[in-house]
Design a protein. Structure first.
Length: 228
């Protein structure tokens, strides 16, 4: 028996990119090490930033320098950090692979008049390259450069929804990370947690998305009536 969709009216569906629609195998641990090294170079102790995500390390380090009266150094460090991240992301984006059913899913949603957005913490150049390689289309792409705050903050999600003229209450955020669910909830959307192959069944338990799946085909069932 088909599942009951999460919404009776769907304005838009937003997706995370890497790990949800495409696989680039970015070495996020290496990226984090690079950012922690920059923080140490700026005078911060590793313990001050090791609990932060990659972009959080950059924000914390630049704030530290600014508070020390080193605004110029803060701006230079942010520029260096973003260049390092972009270089790594672009290198991996060249080997992008589509996650099964991703293109079919976004195509079917758009064919039904449902707005499709992609909200990613990755840079625009790498994101556009991944989409070009896989042929995945979207009505709006919000990347790292497009907002001051990033997921799990709702700002980039709300930005995508505004471009789509979509009501958050009639929208769904789909992603493979806890911060995707947190961001969607903060923006007022329904949320779907996409469990990657290596993750435990309880990965999303702490944030309680509206639906959890390991198969993007089930995302379509959770959003629309397949026989409609």
């Amino acid at each position: 028996m088909p599942m009951k969709p999460l919404l009776s009216t769907v304005d838009s569906v937003l997706f995370d990119l890497d790990g949800t629609l495409v696989e680039t195998n970015i070495d996020f641990a290496a990226m984090k090490r690079e950012m922690v090294a920059l923080a140490a170079e700026a005078g911060m102790a590793p313990r001050e930033v090791e609990g932060l995500d990659i972009l959080g390390v950059i924000d914390s380090t630049t704030a530290f320098l600014a508070n020390e009266g080193k605004a110029g150094e803060a701006a230079e460090l942010r520029c260096r950090a973003m260049s390092i991240l972009e270089e790594i992301e672009l290198r991996h984006a060249r080997d992008t692979q589509e996650i099964p059913f991703a293109k079919d899913l976004t195509d079917r949603l758009r064919a039904r008049g449902i707005g499709v957005g992609i909200v990613t913490r990755n840079c625009r150049r790498a994101s556009e390259l991944s989409l070009s390689i896989t042929g995945i289309g979207a009505d709006v792409l919000v990347c790292r450069e497009d907002s001051l705050n990033h997921k799990p903050h709702p700002e980039p999600i709300l930005l995508a929804l505004s471009v789509l003229h979509a009501d958050p209450r009639n929208s769904v955020m789909v992603g493979d990370h806890i911060m995707d669910v947190q961001g969607g909830k903060a923006a007022g959307t329904k949320t779907i947690g996409f469990l990657r192959e290596h993750r435990a069944d309880d990965f999303f338990d702490s944030v309680e998305p509206d639906f959890v799946t390991r198969d993007l085909k089930e995302v379509l069932d959770a959003i629309i009536h397949r026989d409609s």
